[in-house]
Design a protein around this ligand. Structure first.
Ligand SMILES: [Zn+2]
Length: 107
């Protein structure tokens, strides 16, 4: 089942804009979240499962900030939570489709 990722995702009371873009540091990054601009940027040209897990990773960061007041203070917890959630969805045949997102790396 392919789920189209929309251009805006609501997390808490906030509408985060979702775009494809190269992130600031590049190396090994799949995605990043910007709380000031309310933006989630996903690096294009990666395998869809990598982008999907990256999106969930940034979602877990946002949940941690918005709902948990940053109680999780390490990537060593964020990352396995994200991987576990993605593995659960993936086994059900869920695929994220990023085709509707603006690709800002081309602008
Ligand atoms: Zn992270």
């Amino acid at each position: 089942m392919k789920i189209k990722i929309p251009s805006f995702l609501k997390i808490g009371g906030h509408d985060f804009r979702v775009v494809l873009d190269d992130t600031s540091d590049g190396f090994g990054r799949r995605a990043e979240i910007d709380y000031k601009r309310l933006e989630i940027r996903i690096v294009p040209n990666k395998h869809h499962s990598v982008k999907s897990q990256g999106l969930i990773h940034e979602l877990v960061h946002a949940i941690n900030l918005i709902y948990l007041n940053r109680q999780i203070d390490t990537e060593n917890i964020i990352e396995p939570l994200a991987e576990g959630i993605w593995q659960f969805l993936e086994q059900l045949g869920i695929e994220f489709n990023f085709d509707e997102l603006t690709d800002e790396s081309k602008q």
